[in-house]
Design a protein around this ligand. Structure first.
Ligand code: ADE
Length: 418
């Protein structure tokens, strides 16, 4: 088997952590049981570019149980859990191309290695697989039946490709599912981002000022959890609707230039570039701790920070101290890459359960639809989304009401008022 991982000797540790995570993934486990019997992906070749975590391990094992041949690379150079990669190779016979801390060139070599196996389904988190396929491996486009995309940033890139008329096959936007973004983006990012700050710094959140840049689902979750741990939370935004929501949710809202001198912690979750720039770094307090939890490492202008820096050193694992020309020190976590995966373990399994149930069921949907889909970005079918919510509730032992016949009729009527 062709693969590239850090150390096969880590497989035993990875196996145990994968087993632990799977205990919190009942929906995906149920899909796996059905896939084992029905084999809906028999012989289908899946190329996956995802964060190589314990949760992703359960997903790729589920696809394999459905009959797929799966090849996996990382969707970020710093998010790979090397023990998981080792276990997937040794225990599950799944070729993995991913090493935590790989440089950009190796990262793209790994992406190309997966593409060169000729996937029929692409499964992406951030759209690097799709964009590399369309730019450097165009000749392989003909093999592909369809793809799925996990995250907001990837969906934005893919919609841009579709509107430029260059998207070569249909993609289902898993991020659009309610059972994905309402839970993974909000509660997953909220908890795992704070986990990243805490594991890497061991600083107290209570009594601090925590600046959250961006009030999408990830920002909402992060602001909520930072407040829950006792921080005064400041939100920065560019969209009036999101800004007014943050105001009414009880946060202080102001431009980054005003927040810069106030914050103890800063975290970007915008999906855009250079959100924290030179003028902001210059205004920060001595000791400010800055990180990014958006998909790409473009949200902090680290080039500008370097230009302001006299001296740089690693003071703790994943904590870089920048001593500036104004005699203040700024600390950057996880090289400005997504802090929740770089310095912690990403979202907890019970939330990834729903995200990855969407991935598994959308792969099945693509194969069932075959060539019936157009070359555009599709939302997850409502039946899949609802079914995942139903299964999740069931797994939690929570029952809900059902509509009476009279209520069903009322909901489709227009002539009944008071
Ligand atoms: N994205 C965020 N958290 C993740 C996790 N635990 N596994 C895979 N992808 C993720």
């Amino acid at each position: 088997m062709n693969y590239h991982i850090k150390d096969e000797g880590l497989a035993e540790a990875g196996r145990l952590r994968i087993e632990w995570a799977a205990k919190s993934m009942p929906v995906l486990n149920q899909i796996k049981e059905r896939f084992l019997k029905e084999r809906p992906l028999e012989g289908v070749h899946v190329g996956a570019c995802l964060h190589v975590t314990t949760e992703t391990a359960s997903l790729v094992q589920t696809l394999k149980a459905g009959g797929a041949d799966v090849y996996l690379c990382a969707s970020n150079p710093l998010s790979t859990q090397d023990d998981v990669a080792a276990s997937l190779v040794k225990d599950s016979d799944i070729p993995v191309f991913a090493i935590k801390g790989e440089d950009n060139d190796t990262y793209y070599e790994h992406v190309r290695a997966v593409l060169d196996t000729g996937p029929q389904i692409t499964m992406d988190d951030g759209a690097d697989l799709v964009s590399t396929l369309h730019t450097q491996r165009k000749e392989l486009l003909g093999n592909v039946i369809g793809g799925t995309e996990e995250t907001t940033t990837g969906v934005i890139r893919l919609r841009a490709m579709a509107s430029d008329g260059v998207l070569g096959y249909p993609i289902v936007a898993v991020n659009d599912a309610n059972t994905k973004h309402l839970f993974d983006n909000r509660y997953g990012t909220g908890q795992s981002t704070l986990d990243g700050f805490i594991r890497s710094t061991n600083r107290l959140i209570a009594g601090s000022t925590f600046v959250v840049a961006g009030y999408g689902w990830c920002g909402r979750g992060l602001a909520m959890r930072a407040r829950g741990m006792g921080a005064r939370v400041i939100v920065t935004e560019v969209e009036p609707l999101k800004a007014i929501e943050a105001v009414m949710d009880g946060y202080q809202v102001m431009p980054m230039i005003e927040a810069a001198p106030l914050g103890d912690f800063f975290c970007t979750v915008t999906g855009d570039m250079n959100v924290i720039r030179k003028e902001h770094f210059l205004k920060m307090k001595d000791g400010a701790i800055v990180a990014n939890s958006g998909h790409f490492n473009v949200e902090l202008d680290l080039k500008a920070l370097e230009e302001l820096t006299k001296k740089k050193r690693t003071i703790r694992e994943y904590v870089e101290e920048y001593s500036l020309i104004n005699e203040r020190r700024i600390y950057i976590l996880g090289e400005g890459r997504l802090v929740n995966l770089a310095t912690a373990e990403g979202h907890p399994s019970s939330v990834m359960d729903m995200s990855f149930a969407n991935q598994a069921l959308c792969s099945e949907y693509i194969i069932k639809k075959g060539s019936g889909l157009e070359n555009r970005v599709y939302s997850v079918p409502k039946e899949i989304d609802t079914e995942i919510a139903r299964l999740k509730l069931l797994s939690m032992g929570i029952n809900i009401d059902t509509l009476t016949q009279e209520q069903e009729k009322y909901l489709v009527s227009w002539n009944m008022g008071t």
